[in-house]
Design a protein around this ligand. Structure first.
Ligand code: MLT
Ligand code: ZN
Length: 466
């Protein structure tokens, strides 16, 4: 069953005229054939409809659009690359879509501070390229880098594969420019190293999922890339050994910058669907149940250090090592292609969670047993960011609207003291569980903040707050 969108009425003519005047005739899309792509999320689980997609070119136009919508009480869903996985960037109740895709500028890099300002619609990969061209790197990285936008990564406090070393997006953010629901612009982009002048608005807007303000630009801190990187795919007996290995690597490898988990059945399906060679076709590696992709950087070649650290790991069956970028990219395929391959099995329920390290192995054993009790035809996939205790539980073969399986998984996460959203956000998908993850007082504070910044509730009304 696919959740069918209710077709919203057309915008009142004076509103459409005002929006056209604000952004130009061509940048207000009202033809359903042209707006449909903006109304379905990447997973295909969430589909809505919109009377219009507005595509402003700059911050002033974003401000004009929001002022018009606010004046007419029209709700707005901000959208960047639409790669979100919790239904947070699509119009589910007839909202106008505010696309930031045309704000693509990536500014010059300050060579001393190592910072740059990127407009909201700049693809994550364009920031990587700009940083690399100047000898820097941007720490936030994940497979959807070519499509995901900086504004979206800020709005969701995106994580990715290097969080264990550099932190999530909030940790890279030194300033922000955003437009409030009524069209006022808040701009704080100096990126000063120390700046205790009141509330941290960048930190507040980061992770607010488009409910408090529309991000138009971000000031980002860059990092110095290591001169040498060793990438290893490690075959282990099981998840418990993988968790124990993480403790060994954390102590022995100060340059550890990624530790990503995949399991045997997921790896096998990725190889089948993508035509990739099995990484460990023979020997003990072929019987491994857990695999960790480890990335270690250093000022000098860390290969020996990595080899020594592997010797300390119990339950290690085999290791494939890459020391050049091409070979490393081939190893990363086994991890990064999970999302696309899972998507080929139908719209997945994406349950992105954090589990305390002590319970990780138990969780990975328990979830595949609980899911079939809630949805007998379902298939469970587990992979994720081992270094952050962040497991991506994906369930396919379940109706988009059936939440029994979500309850089975998220209920268990809460029992274990984990988080129901590690890096994807609450979105619309997990809204009903927010009050079980946060106390009544915390949710009241959330509501007060929302009411202060968006009193009419026009910004992304279907996400986060129940
Ligand atoms: C990933 O880690 O690959 C992303 O969060 C996407 C996903 O969870 O599918
Ligand atoms: Zn992830």
């Amino acid at each position: 069953m696919v959740l069918m969108p209710v077709l919203p009425p057309a915008l009142p003519a004076p509103v459409a005229d005002a929006l056209r005047q604000a952004v130009g005739e061509r940048e207000l899309l009202v033809d359903p054939d042209r707006t449909a792509g903006y109304a379905v999320d990447w997973t295909g689980r969430y589909a809505g409809a919109t009377p219009a997609v507005v595509r402003p070119a700059d911050t002033a136009q974003v401000a004009a659009v929001l002022a018009i919508c606010a004046a007419h009480g029209i709700a707005v869903v901000p959208q960047g690359g639409n790669t979100g996985l919790v239904g947070g960037s699509v119009p589910l109740a007839g909202e106008v879509v505010l696309s930031l895709a045309r704000l693509r500028e990536v500014g010059a890099i300050d060579p001393v501070d190592g910072q740059l300002t990127a407009a909201a619609g700049a693809p994550l990969a364009s920031v990587h390229q700009a940083a690399a061209a100047a000898g820097w790197a941007y720490a936030v990285d994940f497979a959807a880098r070519d499509t995901a936008t900086i504004g979206g990564t800020v709005a969701t406090n995106a994580g990715g594969v290097h969080v264990l070393r550099h932190g999530s997006t909030r940790g890279q953010l030194t300033g922000i420019e955003a437009v409030l629901a009524d069209g006022r612009v808040v701009s704080h982009l100096a990126g000063l190293g120390k700046d205790n002048t009141g509330y941290d608005l960048a930190g507040l807007v980061c992770g607010s999922e488009g409910t408090l303000a529309v991000v138009t630009a971000a000031r980002l801190r860059l990092v110095v890339p290591p001169d040498h990187v060793v990438t290893a795919l490690v075959a282990l007996r099981d998840v418990a050994d993988a968790v124990a290995a993480l403790g060994v690597w954390r102590r022995a490898l100060p340059g550890l910058q990624a530790a990503e988990l995949v399991l045997a059945d997921g790896l096998e399906t990725v190889c089948e669907h993508q035509g990739l060679p099995r990484p460990f076709p023979r020997g003990a590696g072929a019987t491994a149940r857990a695999f960790v992709l480890v990335e270690v950087g250093g000022a000098s070649d860390p290969t020996h250090e990595v080899a020594a650290a592997m010797d300390e790991v119990a339950g290690l069956y085999d290791v494939a090592v890459a020391t050049d970028p091409g070979a490393a990219a081939r190893l990363w395929c086994y991890r990064e292609r999970h999302t696309v391959v899972i998507g080929e099995h139908g719209p997945p329920h994406k349950l992105d969670v954090t589990i305390p390290a002590a319970s990780l192995a138990e969780f990975c054993a328990e979830v595949p047993a609980r899911v079939p009790r809630a949805a007998p035809a379902a298939r469970t996939w587990l992979f994720g960011h081992l270094g952050d205790g962040n497991i991506h539980v994906n369930v396919t073969g379940v109706d988009p609207g059936d939440v029994a399986v979500d309850e089975a998984v998220l209920g268990h996460v809460l029992e274990l003291g984990g988080s129901i959203s590690a890096e994807h956000g609450i979105g619309t998908a997990k809204r009903r569980w927010l009050t079980r993850a946060r106390s009544p007082v915390q949710v009241e504070v959330f509501r007060s903040i929302k009411a202060a910044l968006d009193p009419a509730g026009i910004l992304n009304p279907n996400v986060l707050l129940p």
